[in-house]
Design a protein around this ligand. Structure first.
Ligand code: FA5
Ligand code: MG
Length: 423
């Protein structure tokens, strides 16, 4: 499967990422369309919605150190092992992550920098970055998006406990006065336990601080904006979650447009992460926010591909420090094309197909759906039919243009797998 992709994308023996050359090997599966995104750094652009949102959140945490210039190239150890991901975790697979080679990958989350940041001795910090995941294609999923990691650690000593209690009292008082409805869950339960090395009451104080701190951030950025109805309270709900590197763990959803939207994952940092960073005598929390998800809600941006647009009709609508509703430019018509083919013997992951399509047709691809699968009763061979929706964000695609894009996809399919018959 990975051979299939490296043959489509990069003819050379090396991959160049941000000016650095890396030798290719059997794990290389990064595509040229992904490589072209690495230098964009949307989070560093002061007038881009992702950059504006970063500044707004950084302003909410004035005493936190703000970091935003870490290379997306990390080791699998940083992305997974240091964070206690089990060896068989699906995130490690070639179908889920972009590998430059066996020793380097594009980070799949900002948590990849937790150990090095804690190791610098910084005790409260925010870290914003582009992250990369092989994923399905639709209006809210894109293989590159942005996360902001936030973390804070407290001393184990009575001074740390006092700091927690004072901060919790201050935050709770602020939230009590706000027009916000929070569906909470217990901080620690049998299925979402405190860590064995923690005093459960201490872990509860930390989890409470995490929740209050995030509820207060959400109130700041969504308050009065997320809900259509005037005077309607902002609705937030906490959900028990699982991450290999936190316990207890949570996800947070915000009600927007009548639907719950997951905006972040968080939890009490696993003690082994702090041990790896050589931080003694401390306990703390971390969160990872999805910036596109939040920006889509705040600005009413209808399609995640728009963040990558260089069209002035998109970019000129945003002003640093301000959140205004985005005015979509007229929606151009979609053009659906189907492709069906016999699968190679070793099968093909849907994400491999999505990458092939995206590499051939770029941001003209709005979404890709598997619409039919068939097993031949005699030969037992499998075939699949995918429906690709082509649409341009800035003009009307002619049927001829859509056909030309589709022909590219079909020719790539034939190219990469010579024995793959297009039906
Ligand atoms: C993580 O990435 C964890 N690193 C978060 C974390 C940090 C947990 C620190 C504990 C401590 P997750 O895969 O759920 O978790 O992603 C976090 C957020 O990123 C999601 O809530 C969502 O808002 C956003 N996100 C995830 N996948 C996508 C995607 N494909 N497109 C856009 N946003 C996404
Ligand atoms: Mg999640």
């Amino acid at each position: 499967r990975c051979l299939l992709l490296s043959r489509t994308s990069l003819p050379d023996e090396v991959v160049t990422v941000l000016g650095e050359q890396y030798p290719k090997d059997a794990k290389t599966n990064i595509t040229s369309s992904i490589l072209s995104k690495v230098s964009r750094k949307l989070h560093l652009q002061p007038s881009h919605p992702i950059g504006i949102l970063r500044s707004l959140i950084e302003a909410h945490y004035p005493s936190f150190t703000a970091l935003s210039n870490f290379s997306p190239v990390v080791t699998p150890a940083m992305n997974f092992d240091d964070l206690s991901f089990p060896l068989d975790h699906p995130g490690r697979s070639l179908t889920d992550s972009y590998y430059i080679n066996a020793h380097r990958m594009l980070r799949t989350h900002t948590s990849a920098h937790e150990v090095e940041t804690f190791a610098k001795g910084i005790r409260q910090w925010l870290l914003t970055a582009d992250v990369y995941r092989r994923d399905e294609i639709d209006g809210s999923h894109y293989p590159v998006f942005h996360q902001m990691e936030g973390a804070r650690i407290f001393s184990h000593d009575p001074s740390g406990i006092r700091e927690l209690e004072e901060d919790n009292a201050r935050l709770a008082a602020r939230l009590a006065k706000a027009n916000i409805v929070i569906e909470d869950i217990p901080h620690v339960t049998a299925t979402n336990p405190a860590q064995p090395s923690h005093d459960p009451r201490h872990a509860e104080l930390v989890a409470l601080n995490l929740k209050l701190s995030l509820n207060s951030l959400i109130l700041d950025i969504f308050g009065g904006r997320a809900n259509a109805g005037e005077g309607e309270p902002l609705r937030v709900r906490w959900i028990e979650a699982y991450f290999p590197f936190t316990s207890p763990s949570f996800e947070v959803e915000v009600m927007f447009g009548g639907k719950w939207l997951e905006i972040l994952g968080c939890g009490v940092v696993l003690q082994s992460t702090l041990d790896k960073a050589k931080v003694p005598n401390s306990i703390g929390w971390a969160f990872g926010l999805g910036l596109e998800r939040i920006a889509m809600i705040l600005y009413s941006i209808p399609d995640i591909r728009l963040f990558w647009s260089e069209d002035p009709r998109f970019l000129s609508q945003f002003t640093p420090g301000q959140i205004k509703t985005f005015k979509p430019f007229s929606k151009y018509p979609a053009c659906y094309k189907d492709v069906s083919f016999w699968l190679p013997d070793q099968a093909m992951h849907e994400n491999d197909f999505c990458d092939l399509v995206r590499d051939a047709a770029g941001d003209f691809v709005e979404d890709v759906k598997l619409v039919d699968a068939f097993t031949h009763p005699k030969t037992k061979r499998n075939s699949q039919c995918f429906r690709i929706n082509y649409r341009s964000m800035d003009r009307s695609l002619s049927n001829d243009e859509a056909n030309a894009l589709h022909a590219q996809v079909v020719s790539r399919l034939k190219n990469v797998c010579v024995y793959l018959l297009v039906r």
